[in-house]
Design a protein. Structure first.
Length: 33
């Protein structure tokens, strides 16, 4: 399944950036694009 995750925060090392990266990693590990 294709998934779109939007991060609209200016600092990639923020808490939101960490949540974004964790989400992307987990979705990719489950086979999503």
């Amino acid at each position: 399944m294709k998934v779109l995750v939007v991060l609209a925060h200016p600092e990639p090392q923020s808490f939101n950036g960490s949540l974004f990266q964790m989400s992307v990693n987990e979705l990719e590990a489950q086979g999503h694009q």
